[in-house]
Design a protein around this ligand. Structure first.
Ligand SMILES: [Zn+2]
Length: 382
């Protein structure tokens, strides 16, 4: 592992594979297990860095693909890197663009998110699709890399070498190897073929990586098949990455998904941190942690907040519903977030009905605080 990084496992659960740890990065320590806040386009939607910090977030994940479009990488680099550009002084991650290989390719053509058809609202590419700036089938996957066709008709290629170069210029603390995130609807043969490519791209990513102040994580693929996942664990473990990313689709039901995830984590080297890409709604969090996952990112808490779904201890509420019109309680009794400390459900209801911009900020702060706090409580019990 790069010298600037080390991962100490401080406690292990007696009842599950859960572990508590401290992952040291050049921008501070991540107490694990940790929820990773999604700030795809160098922005956690509707929130300032102070809001994100106050909501208890430790790490922010941006996306190399989005920050490559329109020459943004150069601007971020000139600004002094992502931390300075967006004024987030804590640890950061960047996703390699591998998820876009799926979300802009098969994900669009099959009209599914990584998990969305089965589990609405998570790991979803719907934010990107909703923006409607791409036309379907505009992606070509080759051994060398991926060619995206933008709406302008312009072509843009992304290769392992290019993804790493961009991520080095963006300057996050933790970066990911370029992979092919596959569709849940792809069959065994395609998953196997794509996984082989992901392994070759992982090696090329590793060879292209030069910055010692960045930890490079390799991504394990293989879809819902145990033998492929096993093969992927072996191939990626052999490449001496600083940590592991769990990528792609793990199974048709949550039960199957966690069974396979446990199968994978049992086979991973224990001393390296594990990140699960694109999952982390409240009901998933205890299961991810029990499976021995140390970090996980998810856009759902902030996206659902913007859509009017707020997290409470016994599930969710739709704050736009009439029943909250004169509900003068906070969103969640006892919640320490800025929204709950200062405003009532009735006020949030009023704001969302009026499409007031303040709604998006307060709602996002609450859901983010809720998941961060949930993870912190579980962490402290390990
Ligand atoms: Zn709250």
């Amino acid at each position: 592992m790069e010298t600037a990084f080390h991962f100490d496992i401080t406690k292990k659960s007696l009842h599950s594979k859960a572990r508590r740890g401290r992952f040291h990065t050049p921008h501070g320590v991540i107490e694990t297990p940790a929820f990773v806040t999604v700030g795809t386009n160098a922005s956690v939607k509707a929130l300032s860095s102070e809001d994100v910090l106050e909501a208890g977030s430790q790490v922010v994940l941006a996306n190399a693909y989005h920050l490559l479009l329109g020459g943004r990488t150069e601007v971020v680099e000139k600004a002094g890197g992502l931390h300075t550009f967006m004024n987030w002084q804590g640890p950061m991650m960047t996703d390699s663009g591998g998820f876009q290989v799926f979300s802009l390719g098969f994900g669009k053509d099959h009209k599914v998110g990584r998990n969305t058809t089965l589990f609405p609202g998570e790991g979803s590419s719907s934010e990107m699709r909703a923006r409607d700036v791409y036309t379907p089938s505009d992606i070509k996957i080759l051994e060398e890399g991926v060619i995206f066709r933008l709406l302008s008709g312009e072509r843009m290629s992304l290769t392992p070498e290019k993804s790493i170069a961009i991520q080095e210029r963006l300057g996050a603390d933790i970066i990911f190897a370029f992979d092919e995130c596959t569709s849940p609807l792809s069959g065994y043969d395609y998953q196997k073929e794509a996984m082989g490519r992901t392994h070759r791209w992982a090696e090329r990513s590793r060879n292209a990586h030069t910055r010692k102040d960045q930890a490079l994580f390799g991504i394990i693929q293989g879809g819902e098949w145990q033998d492929l996942r096993e093969e992927s664990v072996k191939a990626i473990s052999a490449l001496d990455f600083s940590g592991f990313g769990m990528g792609g689709y793990f199974g048709k039901t949550k039960e199957k998904m966690y069974e396979l995830l446990n199968f994978v984590t049992e086979r991973l080297p224990e001393q390296k941190p594990r990140h699960h890409l694109g999952i982390g709604r409240p009901e998933d969090i205890p299961k991810l942690i029990d499976a021995g996952i140390d970090m996980f990112d998810c856009a759902a808490p902030t996206r659902e907040a913007r859509n009017g779904t707020l997290y409470v201890s016994n599930g969710t509420i739709s704050i736009g519903n009439g029943e909250f019109r004169e509900d003068f309680k906070p969103t969640e009794e006892g919640c320490g977030c800025v929204a709950c400390s200062n405003f009532t459900r009735a006020y949030l209801h009023h704001l969302i009905r009026g499409k007031e911009l303040l709604y998006y900020r307060l709602a996002s702060i609450h859901n983010l605080y809720f998941v961060n706090n949930l993870v912190r409580e579980i962490r402290e019990r390990i």
